[in-house]
Structure formats: structure tokens, C-alpha cells
Design a protein around this ligand. Structure first.
Ligand code: AMP
Ligand code: MN
Ligand code: MN
Ligand code: MN
Length: 276
């Protein structure tokens, strides 16, 4: 069974509609797919019917932006009840935080001489709430940077001139919300926060202490040695293991739907919780 439990649609910073995303997942051999847009479940109803038409199992999900001390951390909620008022209230709070943050980022970009960053980013974002990748695209369109990665490196990444810190709720609060709406919380891509191994282990420990259930031990294409290490950390903290592509757009083979290694045999798969 091929499980891809981390993917984005155009309701956040992905570029495909939920329907197009589900068709692509099917083409890539995925059998169970979760939609995990940043801070929204807006695409889940469309994705659920599209997945059913393709004969795939669908898991409604979300990728919450949270704060662990000064560190921004992403927590994926899998199997959440998208109609729950508790979830909808949490999502509304995230969206409010994003609106405030986007105003602050736009102000900083204007100070750098960028013209109408907010309106232009919204045009790029379409139905989505603006996120940093949309601002990054504005900088690319202006020819200020050659690509999105450079926009993050020079302007929008953590600690850079146009980044805004401390916008998100505490990781523990989000873990509670996910549990309250019947979901399983997954610490997303632990190796992508540029933490030292000591700090990464502290994060995993804190996540488990707060009631987190699973560690995303595979996020797209990655070194097998990293997977081995993360499965070991998961076991040490009694966490299940999750895997996903973190797909955003075509033409990124390292983040392509279903295109990653299988979970090692010694990992406890997070889907054993869904089937229980
Ligand atoms: P936001 O949710 O607004 O904080 O934007 C974060 C998103 O930006 C992530 O989910 C990634 O999709 C994307 N991102 C973060 N860092 C980079 C980077 N260095 N290069 C390209 N995209 C990035
Ligand atoms: Mn993203
Ligand atoms: Mn993420
Ligand atoms: Mn993601």
C-alpha cells in the first residue's frame, strides 16, 4: 500500500486544484492520500470526492504553523474532522494570524522598494491566503532574485529582513486541537528546521511530551541514513512514523507524489492508528 500523507493544493501554497492533485497522485501509484494544506481544510471536501472517483483512500488533513519557543514548527493533523467547530475556530485563528503577518511582511517589502506587494501576492495566491512563497514569487517577477529559494535566502527566510517572527500559536495548543477533533498529530519534516541534532531531539521530546503522536520520518526524497535516525528517535519517544512527499508543484522530483522510500520494517506506521 502506498501512503502519501503530506501534500498541498492551491488552497495553500501548492499549485494544483484538489481534483488535479488527486489525479496526479493516482497516476503516481498512491493508494492512500492526505491533503495537508497550510492552516486550512478548504480543499478537503473537493479532494475527498476526487479521491473517491479515482478509487483512492482519502485522509483529511492540515499542516498547522506553530511555535516552539522561538522556532517555527509545522504540525500535520491527519484524520481531522473538518466540520468540527473546534477545528474551524483554530483555522480561523491561523488565518487571522496570517492576515496580520502578511501586512507586516508587505510593509517590510515596501521598505525594500517592492511596489504593491500585498495586492500582487494575492493575485498569485488566487483562492489561497497569501504565504511567503507568494511573496517570494513577487520578488522573482520583479527580477530581484533568480528563484524562490533565493527569495527565501535573501529576504523571507527565518531571520532575514522581510521575515516576521512569533506569529503562531504554541505547538502544545495545536496538538490539543488536533486531538480534540479526532486527528493524529505528526511533527512535520524534523530535519528541515536547520536545528542541531541536540535541538532536534529536544523538539521531538517536547512534541511527544505534549501528546504528539507521530514523527514524519520521510519527507520526500531524502538520505536513507536520515530515515534510519528518525525512526530511532520515534521509537525512543513512543511515536508512530509517518511519510509523505510534501508535494507543492510538478517538476520537483524530490517532492513528487508517492516518490519516496517505503517506511523501514522496524517503523510503526501511523496508519495503524487509522485502521485500529
Ligand atoms: P509560510 O507558510 O508562509 O511560512 O511559508 C512557508 C512555505 O514556504 C513552506 O511550506 C514551503 O513550501 C516554502 N518554503 C520555505 N522555505 C523555503 C525555501 N528555502 N525555498 C523555497 N520554499 C520554501
Ligand atoms: Mn509549503
Ligand atoms: Mn512544512
Ligand atoms: Mn508541507
Amino acid at each position: 500500500m502506498v501512503f502519501d500523507l503530506h501534500a498541498h493544493s492551491h488552497y495553500s501554497d501548492g499549485i494544483l486544484s484538489p481534483q488535479a492533485l488527486m489525479s496526479r497522485a493516482k497516476l503516481h501509484g498512491v493508494e492512500t492520500i492526505a491533503l495537508t494544506d497550510h492552516d486550512t481544510v478548504a480543499g478537503c471536501t473537493e479532494a475527498a470526492s476526487a479521491a473517491a472517483e479515482c478509487g483512492m483512500r482519502f485522509i483529511p488533513g492540515i499542516e498547522f504553523s506553530t511555535q516552539w519557543g522561538k522556532q517555527g514548527v509545522h504540525v500535520v493533523g491527519l484524520g481531522v474532522d473538518c466540520t468540527s467547530p473546534i477545528l474551524l475556530e483554530a483555522v480561523a485563528a491561523q488565518q487571522h494570524a496570517r492576515v496580520e503577518r502578511n501586512l507586516a511582511i508587505a510593509l517590510k517589502l515596501e521598505r525594500q522598494g517592492v511596489v504593491e506587494p500585498l495586492a500582487r501576492a494575492q493575485k498569485i495566491a488566487g483562492v489561497a491566503l497569501i504565504g511567503r512563497p507568494h511573496f517570494a514569487q513577487v520578488l522573482v517577477n520583479d527580477g530581484r532574485v533568480k528563484d524562490i529559494a533565493t527569495a527565501f535566502k535573501k529576504f523571507l527566510g527565518a531571520g532575514k529582513s522581510c521575515d516576521v517572527r512569533y506569529s503562531w500559536p504554541e505547538i502544545s495548543d495545536i496538538i490539543q486541537v488536533i486531538a480534540a477533533v479526532g486527528g493524529v498529530s505528526v511533527l512535520a519534516h524534523p530535519a528541515k528546521y536547520n536545528l542541531t541534532r541536540t535541538k532536534m531531539r529536544a523538539l521531538i521530546a517536547a512534541f511527544a511530551d505534549c501528546g504528539g503522536r507521530a514523527l514524519e520520518v520521510i519527507n520526500g526524497r531524502q538520505e536513507a541514513s536520515l530515515t534510519t535516525e528518525l525512526v530511532k528517535f520515534a521509537a525512543q519517544h513512543d511515536l508512530y512514523s509517518s511519510c509523505g512527499s510534501d508535494f507543492h508543484k510538478p517538476d520537483c522530483p524530490w517532492q513528487e507524489l508517492g516518490n519516496f522510500a517505503s517506511l523501514p520494517d522496524n517503523a510503526r506506521p501511523v496508519w495503524s492508528l487509522f485502521d485500529a
